[in-house]
Write a protein that binds this ligand. Structure first.
Ligand code: NIG
Ligand code: FE
Length: 425
């Protein structure tokens, strides 16, 4: 007796499952779980079975039957760190950077994040949703099926809530699952120039309670999607004491921490992430060895963002091999934003990570799927091809997974299946 399912994909040269009971570390990180001549059965938006084609064909009949001979099936990509909702661009700064100005100099001179803040404050909610949706469609074509989006270009209560409202509208309109993160503590706004503590007070006393109230009313509460609370812990931005205040105040209203740590200068942000049980610590370019070891012993995921170093023309990439050897569960993300990473493509991030950080193509693929899902607290629902998980998968026009990180600047993603439905390009 065969069982009828909504969709049966057969004859993939490889099905790459990225299956794991938890975040992948060490040897497990180097294993993507390959089934040759594989098949996937999908029903009611979930994975019903994964295995060899011969076996699944004897068990299932698909209402839709797709023969993917010569192609690869893998989990949809999870982009676990983006700043996707902003107005304008920073193409002028890009040119100034090419002429020698540094990212920090531009920020200290009132540019950088603050120049995007000005145009984002001036933009309407509808404009933010429209640009966000275009970017999300572009990401979907590149295989990204889940996207975390941070606020952080409002830097006042109304501006931050406007960005969160845009993120909520995007969650309804975009092809992906969307996970919101509040990043009120992204930079010190002009109203508080020279008084970062005053701004932190506003974030803790006014913004975070407002964000918690918004979360409770929003679709995210109802969907069981977590809302995170992030801070830019960096020299010249927020110090570890201020970062701790923000993250503890967030925990107090039920928002789990994330942190931008050790991007340029090591200030102890990674240790703070471990101490507070952050779901992830992100950037980690300058993290000292002892803090790597501490994170490796914790549940916190190390999110590396090599597209930033690449865009900034810097060679100070996070030491991915050391992170892996320490036993950390690493993820990769784009950090998509107008200043330090105008990059929408996770395959390009994988390509950079393999070349400059010496990750293997297998490690890079696990880092944008199962481990990235864990960096959003969603590893039990997303990020791998396992029975019961949401059916987010890609048909890739390549015979094996290594091609994803090998070819540069070409989109190998031929079809995207999101919660069991094929997305139209
Ligand atoms: O993750 N580091 C802080 N924030 C972003 C950059 C945002 C921007 O420059 O607009 C980042 O790199
Ligand atoms: Fe970031």
């Amino acid at each position: 007796m065969t069982e009828t399912v909504d969709l049966l994909l057969v004859n993939a040269t490889q099905v790459v499952t990225c299956a794991s009971s938890g975040p992948k570390r060490g040897a497990a990180l180097a294993d993507v779980g390959i089934i040759e001549r594989g098949a996937v059965a999908v029903d009611e938006g979930r994975i019903a079975a994964v295995g060899p084609t011969a076996e699944l064909q004897s068990r299932f009949r698909g209402r839709v039957h797709l023969d993917v001979t010569g192609k690869l099936l893998c989990p949809g990509f999870v982009d676990c760190h983006t700043h996707l909702v902003f107005a304008g661009d920073r193409v002028d700064e890009f040119e100034r950077k090419l002429a020698g100005a540094s990212y920090q100099e531009l920020l200290a001179a009132g540019g950088g994040i603050l120049s995007t803040m000005r145009v984002t404050r001036a933009a309407s909610l509808d404009e933010l949703v429209a640009v966000g949706l275009r970017r999300l469609h572009a990401m979907a074509r590149l295989g990204t099926t889940t996207v975390e989006i941070k606020s952080g270009y409002g830097l006042d209560t109304a501006g931050e809530l406007k960005i969160l409202a845009a993120i909520e509208q995007l969650a309804a309109a975009a092809p992906q699952d969307i996970v919101p993160t509040f990043l009120g503590a992204h930079a010190v706004p002009p109203e508080f120039a020279g008084d970062p503590d005053g701004y932190i007070e506003l974030v803790c006393k006014e913004m975070l309670p407002a964000v918690a109230a918004w979360r409770n009313e929003s679709c995210f509460g109802a969907l069981g999607v977590p809302v995170f609370n992030d801070v830019f812990c960096e020299q010249g931005v927020f110090n570890p004491m201020q970062s701790r205040r923000v993250l503890e105040a967030g925990l107090h209203v039920g928002l789990r921490p994330k942190i931008h740590a050790d991007e340029f200068v090591a200030l102890g942000g990674t240790r703070l992430a471990v101490e507070l049980g952050a779901v992830s610590a992100d950037h980690l370019d300058a993290t000292p060895q002892e803090e790597m070891a501490a994170l490796a012993l914790s549940e916190t995921i190390a999110v590396l963002l090599p597209g930033v170093n690449f865009h900034l023309g810097s060679h100070h990439f996070a030491q991915a091999r050391r992170w892996v050897e320490a036993g950390a569960a690493i993820a990769l993300a784009t950090d998509f934003n107008p200043g330090s990473a105008p990059i929408l493509s996770l395959p390009l991030v994988m390509a950079i990570a393999c070349r400059y950080q010496r990750l293997t193509p297998a490690e890079a693929l696990n880092a944008v799927t199962i481990n990235a899902a864990h960096a959003l607290g969603l590893g039990d629902r997303l990020g791998s091809l396992e029975v019961g998980k949401q059916a987010d998968l890609l048909v890739v026009d390549a015979p094996d997974y290594r091609h994803l990180a090998y070819w540069l600047g070409e989109n190998l993603v031929e079809a995207v299946i999101k919660a069991g439905r094929r997305l139209r390009a």
